[in-house]
Design a protein around this ligand. Structure first.
Ligand code: THG
Length: 294
């Protein structure tokens, strides 16, 4: 079972963005209802950087969504004033702060908020010099984050480490090192949780093909005990996989990762899609928009 944080209530969305700005609750509440029905475990409240008025927007958004859904919320903003407004407005279970990075100023202000509001926190592996370059840098940053949080009294089990997924069409090596890091996290900090933004991986790919990358990528991460994922809450197939309802396909993907090459002629359509997509995400085949058909 992978905990699913639905990403769809976000300010970048063509329908939700304007609704947030106009404080038009209808489209947002409709979406929150559907995501809840679809089986999401958390709803991400993504208001972006929201430099001006972010606190009012987050406060309004949290109240609006809580009127129609009992799901716990993930508060997604880099604006810590807005973050605090969301934590104050929250009434539905333990909230998830999305996120606190390793940038010194964000750590300093973000960590005390985690303890004050008894929240869970996403430890985003983004530091002074930006994004980690490989698995070892991610490991070092994860250790650093957990250490500093523990010092402030936050138990490791309240920390969800996010190695930051990047688009496959931009850098296949980053996808590989993210996976490699995930294989290490269980040994580095067995009590820490993990979270990965699956849609990041398919950013830039044709819209109709994105789900193939997101789904197979999640199956690959499941090999290393992925705890949670930020997902497209309209992708019901993805939610089924997360709930453990596609064990044969997951096994196939893990076998391929272990180097056991199935005979492509023996695979049905869906298995073949997972096979091809796994090979692309493993860096064995160069990504192109026609990876499924060639
Ligand atoms: N880690 C953490 N938080 C995150 C991310 C992460 N928050 C933001 C992001 N990544 C996850 N959320 C989204 C939200 C939308 C999309 C991708 C990731 C997306 N949207 C479509 C697009 O841009 O084409 C369509 C938007 C729409 O119209 O709804 O792809 O990695 N901790």
């Amino acid at each position: 079972m992978v905990i699913c944080v639905a990403e769809n209530i976000n300010i970048m969305s063509k329908t939700i963005g304007p609704a947030m700005k106009e404080r038009n609750s209808g489209p947002i509440q409709n979406m929150a209802r559907v995501l809840t029905e679809n089986g999401a475990d958390y709803l991400d409240m993504n208001i972006g950087p929201a430099r001006k008025g972010g606190d009012e927007m987050m406060d309004w958004l949290v109240r609006t969504v809580q009127e129609v859904s009992d799901l716990p919320l993930s508060l997604d903003t880099t604006n810590l004033v807005a973050m605090e407004a969301g934590l104050k407005a929250n009434t539905k279970g333990k909230p998830l702060m999305n996120s606190v990075s390793l940038q010194p100023e964000r750590l300093e202000k973000g960590i005390p908020m985690v303890t004050q509001y008894k929240a869970d926190v996403i430890g985003l592996l983004w530091g002074k010099e930006g994004m980690p370059r490989d698995a070892d840098e991610r490991a070092a940053m994860a250790v650093d984050f957990i250490y500093q949080a523990n010092e402030a009294g936050i138990p490791t089990s309240d920390i969800w480490i996010d190695p930051i997924a990047t688009p496959i069409c931009v850098d296949a090596n980053q996808v590989l090192s993210g996976l490699e890091f995930m294989s290490m996290l269980g040994e580095i900090a067995p009590e820490a949780k993990s979270i990965v933004g699956l849609s990041n991986i398919s950013n830039g790919a044709p819209e109709d093909l994105r789900p193939y990358l997101n789904r197979t990528y999640m199956m690959m991460l499941m090999k290393y005990g992925l705890y949670s994922a930020i997902v497209d809450g309209y992708d019901k197939e993805l939610l089924s996989i997360a709930k453990g309802e596609r064990p044969e396909h997951v096994k196939l993907v893990h076998d391929i990762m272990d180097g056991n090459k199935p005979d492509p002629a023996s695979l049905d359509q869906k298995e073949l899609e997972h096979y091809k997509t796994t090979r692309v995400l493993m860096g064995k085949v160069l990504y192109s928009n026609s990876w499924l058909t060639t």
